[in-house]
Design a protein around this ligand. Structure first.
Ligand SMILES: Cc1cc2nc3c(=O)[nH]c(=O)nc-3n(C[C@H](O)[C@H](O)[C@H](O)COP(=O)(O)OP(=O)(O)OC[C@H]3O[C@@H](n4cnc5c(N)ncnc54)[C@H](O)[C@@H]3O)c2cc1C
Length: 416
């Protein structure tokens, strides 16, 4: 059923008993043209674009749990394209443009809300850095505005402008940035892909790969073997583990990133605000909860939960910026597994194993990339060539020294 005001009215008249499932519970077929491992946002978006954009419909997405049980359903939902480096800006801007038309493309309310992303600066040097970033964005046609302290005060008068340890001197604003509802994004891609014939196979963990004449020819799963003309990995925090089963050793470490939500309060935060003197970022959900996060946990882990020192560190960042949140109660916190690359940028590429394609290394910024990543991965799977917006995300860039080190932190995943 298509979603429209008419179908809503019809369903309302029928007591809302007529809604069918949004996607089928598909059982695995013996073979597909393409099998994508991982039913997060990226895997589902790639499957959708394979069918919708490249006409490849004989596709399966194989997910070990339920779709969205990984980072796609655990992130803090921020979308933006405020990047600095040439390899990154065109890609993230493509993704932003896809967000802007996503609800029409998918016929699904993904609650894309362009309320703005404001990065605060606290020193002259940081202002210069943000001016440079803003100029780079504008040269690529991306919106950016540099605000002084008064400009920030107008937007967010509740920030600590009085006696802050790190006084707020201004901020870099991307008005087109904002948030989107993460679960809805997963469900929207799943429904749209399913309607185009894609099989979404949940509760099927990939435990190994089928090999034929040295080529990857499909996957072994807990629900049986599935042959595939091409196999794509989109398993985020499990990338190094799953790729390891195909004999690949990748420049990726897995770390936990935690996020937090407070009890609901009246509307306060106008968009997304990031602290420039520590790692803390915050937005407000439609239910009123403050949604916030900060640094990754410093140790390697595959657990979807984090540790207490980071909780303290993140809350300190929040208190430094907005001391009045000290009396708000924390409602929940959780963690997801980040596939941290050595330069903080992602990989969308063929692998040295013929038949096996890789989408990974999204670190903690992959939600905003979901639509662009899906399109570019689908392009690679369909054509065997990189999408023009993703030519920098090659696997061999680490060997070539052509890293995309957006933060300038070197090969230190815990700092990216
Ligand atoms: C707390 C937190 C906050 C974040 N905040 C933001 C943010 O504000 N903005 C932003 O841009 N990004 C953010 N991110 C990062 C973003 O969520 C991820 O980079 C992105 O979701 C990764 O892509 P994905 O959606 O495909 O991953 P996932 O949803 O993790 O999908 C991978 C899937 O692969 C499955 N899988 C793994 N192994 C196997 C196997 N062997 N067989 C079958 N399936 C398997 C997993 O179960 C999982 O469902 C955040 C992440 C976290 C955890």
């Amino acid at each position: 059923m298509g979603y429209s005001i008419f179908s809503l009215a019809r369903a309302a008249l029928g007591g809302h008993r007529g809604w069918g499932p949004a996607w089928r519970k598909a059982a695995p077929k013996p073979a597909y043209d393409v099998v994508i491992v991982g039913g997060g946002g990226h895997g589902l978006a790639a499957a959708y674009h394979l069918a919708a954009t490249y006409g490849v419909h004989n596709v399966a997405v194989v997910e070990k749990g339920w779709i969205g049980s990984g980072n796609a359903g655990r992130n803090t939902t921020i979308i933006r394209s405020n990047y600095l480096l040439p390899g990154n800006i065109p890609f993230y801007e493509l993704s932003m443009q896809l967000w802007e038309r996503q609800e029409r493309d998918l016929d699904f309310n993904t609650m894309v809300s362009q309320r703005g992303v404001l990065n605060l600066y606290h020193s002259d040097a940081q202002r210069d850095g943000y001016a440079r970033r803003g100029n780079a964005m504008r040269l690529h046609g991306v919106d950016a505005e540099l605000l002084d302290a008064d400009g920030v005060r107008k937007m967010a008068p509740f920030l600590n402008f009085g006696d802050a340890r790190f006084p707020i001197r201004g901020g870099l604003l991307q008005k087109r940035g904002g948030t989107a509802r993460h679960d809805a994004v997963v469900w929207g891609y799943a429904r749209a892909a399913d309607r185009l014939g894609v099989d979404i196979i949940e509760n099927a963990e990939v435990t190994g790969f089928l090999e034929e004449n040295g080529r990857i020819a499909g996957v072994e799963t807990t629900r049986g073997a599935i042959r595939a003309g091409k196999t794509g990995l989109a398993v985020a925090g499990n990338t190094s583990k799953v790729a390891g089963r195909a004999g690949l050793r990748l420049p990726i470490e897995s770390h936990v990133l935690q996020a937090f939500v407070s009890e609901g309060i009246k509307p306060l935060i106008p968009g997304v605000i990031t602290f420039g003197a520590g790692h803390f970022y915050v937005s407000q959900s439609d239910k009123g909860g403050l949604v916030f996060g900060g640094d990754i946990d410093g140790y390697n882990s595959y657990a979807q939960r984090g540790n207490l020192p980071v909780i303290r560190d993140v809350c300190e960042g929040g208190m430094a910026l907005m001391p009045m949140i000290g009396r708000i109660r924390l409602l929940r916190h959780w963690g997801g597994i980040m596939d941290m690359t050595m330069d903080g940028s992602p990989i969308i590429d063929r692998t040295p194993r013929d038949g096996l394609y890789l989408n990974g290394g999204w670190c903690y910024g992959g939600f905003k990339a979901t639509p662009g990543s899906g399109l570019c991965f689908a392009h690679l799977l369909a054509t065997n060539t990189p999408h023009p917006a993703a030519t920098a995300f090659r696997l061999d860039r680490f060997a070539r020294g052509a890293v995309i080190d957006e933060k300038g932190q070197g090969a230190r995943p815990n700092l990216h």
